[in-house]
Design a protein around this ligand. Sequence first.
Ligand code: GSH
Length: 225
Amino acid sequence: MSLTLYSCPETRSMRSLWLLNELGVPFELVSMPFDHKFLRAKEYLAIHPLGRIPALVDGDLTLFESGAICEYLCEKYESPLNRPVGHPERPHWLQWIHYAETLLVHGQNLVQQYIFVSEAERSPVVINLESRRIGKGLDMLENILANQDYILPGGFSGADTSLGFSVYFVTAFVELDAHPNVQAYFDRIWARPAFQKSMPAGQSKPLEWLLPRLGPKMSFKRKAA
Ligand SMILES: N[C@@H](CCC(=O)N[C@@H](CS)C(=O)NCC(=O)O)C(=O)O
């Protein structure tokens, strides 16, 4: 049965693409520009009724939601990326796959503010609130990553492809200067060949093409004592 991933560069579908590259399984990539011309086309709506990405087709099965795709692929293809039922890290593996969305949504709300909302309607309150919520998430990760390289003590897993993409995405909006352990996590992820293979070719920064349209990054630098 052949696997097909529907994807747009640097969106949540990068999680699934990265995971497939980590697993090293054969798949076909259908990469579309992030544009409703493609996402709302009749052909694509037949795959995902809401026209969102990612979507995965595996033979007769069509699946959307990046968290579900992560669990499905890790369970289907045996590898160290899975934490199967009964594994002591299983509950937290699930937690981090899904927490990744909580963190990412703050970044997505910032994209809406900067790109989709007119300047007149843009809200500094929302921008401040969403950036600070990212900061709180990073504070939590900073403590966890003080003692381990990846989000689970047992090492790199599917949960890192979910969460790692969220960390990647939010660095377009916040500096990591107050979060050195998160920065080191970001650097470890960045160095993975499967991650590099999932990035748009020739790009050296997250959301590089979008950066000129975003506001200044929030810095959480702590004041010197
Ligand atoms: N929770 C879903 C979110 C899917 C989603 O909203 N993807 C965005 C890209 S990151 C999308 O397709 N947006 C297009 C649109 O909203 O029209 C997942 O994790 O797959």
